[in-house]
Design a binder for this molecule. Structure first.
Ligand code: ATP
Ligand code: MG
Length: 266
């Protein structure tokens, strides 16, 4: 008897679980939109668990080619042998295939994504001269961060309109407190302080910041506190440092940290 692994810890922020599961049952593809560190990856892990499907994740980058996704012939002991790429494996196994930061991938990858993302649910493998029908359970999920969007790197409308969109923002303070406390292993009061600081930073309207403080950096600060660092030292290292390199902005963040959190000597 195999033991079921526990469900990845994910606290819903809105109706995203219902939307994902409805889209999954209908065989629709899904795009998760949202800033870094807001829970997209954790969400997909929880959904794969609930739906009982394997999860195959691909982190997309600007060199990612169709062959990286679909597969290629490799030389093995003097023979050429076809090796499936992660997308092909997912299509054969009926897995959930999660393409993280899909806009980073080379444009030509859309050629294989389109027939998979729409009602055809097919993967053409040109090198083998075959077209695979996606096994039941297969689901294409992509993520992208609209904040990084540039004219060059945007999802094409023809790709977007093949997908159901789920928009992620930061959780409400009470939910975020629960997440930070659980993930960092700190008390609710400490977690609440960090969340108040995070919210204050988010209200800054990114004056000089590329991205605001995510749930991820609040958790990292909480982890350092759990190790015995003072909340101020923890927040400088885990929140101010990662958010900016600019010395003026850093000073501003440190003032906020000192206003919201206690130091080692108080
Ligand atoms: N709703 C949530 N429930 C549980 N944990 C959460 C939630 N939102 C965020 N987290 C926590 O925040 C961390 C960052 O989330 P995650 O890695 O899923 O972000 P992401 O949106 O995929 O970011 P990126 O775009 O940088 O990949 C997770 O490790 C998890 O601890
Ligand atoms: Mg992620």
């Amino acid at each position: 008897m195999s033991v079921q692994p526990p469900r990845p810890f994910y606290v819903p922020v809105g109706n995203e679980e219902q939307v994902f599961k409805a889209a999954y049952r209908q065989g629709l593809s899904i795009v998760l939109k949202g800033p870094t560190g807001c829970g997209k990856t954790r969400f997909v892990e929880a959904m794969a668990h609930d739906l009982g499907r394997p999860l195959i994740t691909v982190s997309c980058h600007d060199d990612l080619t169709t062959a990286d996704l679909v597969g290629r012939f490799l030389l093995r002991g003097g023979e050429t042998e076809w090796v499936d790429g992660p997308l092909t494996r997912a299509v054969r196994e009926g897995a959930i295939c999660y393409l993280d930061e899909v806009v980073e991938a080379r444009q030509d990858t859309t050629v294989v994504l389109h027939p998979l993302a729409d009602h055809r649910r097919q993967l053409p493998i040109e090198r083998l001269g075959i077209t695979l029908d996606a096994a039941p359970g297969f689901c294409l999920v992509v993520s992208y961060n609209p904040g990084y969007q540039s004219v060059l790197k945007d999802l094409k409308d023809s790709t977007r309109q093949r997908m159901v969109a789920i928009e992620f923002g930061f959780p409400t303070p009470d939910v975020e407190e629960k997440i930070v406390a659980t993930e960092a292993g700190i008390g609710p009061d400490r977690a609440a302080e960090l969340v108040r600081l995070g919210q204050a930073i988010r209200r800054l309207e990114t004056g000089g910041l590329r991205e605001v403080a995510s749930t991820r950096v609040l958790i990292a600060a909480g982890r350092l506190i759990a190790e015995g660092l003072s909340p101020r030292d923890a927040a400088r290292a885990a929140i101010a440092g990662p958010l900016t390199d600019d010395s003026t902005v850093t000073r501003g963040l440190i003032e906020m940290i000192d206003a919201y959190l206690s130091g080692s000597d108080d």
